[in-house]
Ligand binder design. Structure first.
Ligand SMILES: C[S@@+](CC[C@H](N)C(=O)[O-])C[C@H]1O[C@@H](n2cnc3c(N)ncnc32)[C@H](O)[C@@H]1O
Length: 214
């Protein structure tokens, strides 16, 4: 029944172990169960949970093939944070911090991380309240959290000190990039999304305030 799911993952990731597939299938099941009680994702997307949420999250992993320290902001129901935590089990030294201010969602994230013994730490707090406590990671992710300009403000403590962002963005991404250039300077690589031809993953590094460079 789940064979197509495994095949799809193998198309997106270079190395998928049996345990990883089983953990991600288990996470899908856990997500569906909790979704009946709390709002973890738009109900209209649940039919395509594997592609729109799990594969969409997993695609980030091989975009930073050597990165072991990750941070996911506004993790919600675990996309991409919990998927990455499960994948990081197979990367020696791999770990991820997940920040989520909604208490119920943070409880779900803790349950998922615990159930799959994934190397993740859940911070049930607002991002600005934990920014001084979380050291700069190699990669920052955030999906459906804010516009690019607002993401830069939220992630500034890490993105201006060496972290690289992998931000999933929808069809409006060009406008968001242009708007952000008023206040920020950065290096950008646009990477095609594997789940939607109109979406991208924006790889952003070397973030600086524009006014300090004029
Ligand atoms: C639209 S949801 C997206 C969740 C998930 N990343 C996804 O793509 O499915 C945004 C999440 O960010 C959380 N959030 C919003 N602002 C936040 C902040 N300042 N600090 C921590 N979490 C925040 C919300 O509670 C919500 O769960």
């Amino acid at each position: 029944m789940s064979n197509w799911r495994e095949k799809r993952l193998q198309e997106v990731l270079s190395n998928v172990s049996r345990e990883t597939v089983d953990n991600l299938l288990g996470f899908e099941e856990l997500f569906r169960k909790w979704s009946k009680a709390i709002n973890l994702a738009s109900p209209s997307t649940l039919d395509e949970l594997w592609e729109r949420h799990i594969v969409d999250s997993a695609q980030l992993f091989d975009m930073a093939p050597a990165a072991t320290r990750w941070l996911d902001l506004g993790s919600g129901g675990g996309f991409p944070g919990v998927v990455l935590a499960i994948l990081l089990k197979k990367r020696p030294g791999g770990r991820i911090d997940l920040v989520e201010s909604n208490g119920k969602k943070a409880a779900f994230l803790r349950t998922a991380i615990g159930q799959f013994s994934a190397p993740g730490t859940v911070h049930a707090a607002r991002i600005d309240a934990v920014s001084s406590k979380i050291p700069t990671p190699e990669v920052i992710t955030a999906r459906a959290l804010a516009s690019l300009s607002d993401l830069f403000v939220l992630a500034e403590p890490w993105l201006t000190t060496g972290a690289t962002a992998l931000f999933q963005k929808g069809r409006d991404y060009r406008r968001e990039i242009e708007e952000s250039r008023d206040a920020w300077v950065f290096d950008l690589v646009e990477r095609a999304s594997v789940v939607d031809k109109d979406s991208v993953v924006l790889q952003i590094s070397n973030l600086r305030h524009a006014d300090r460079n004029r």
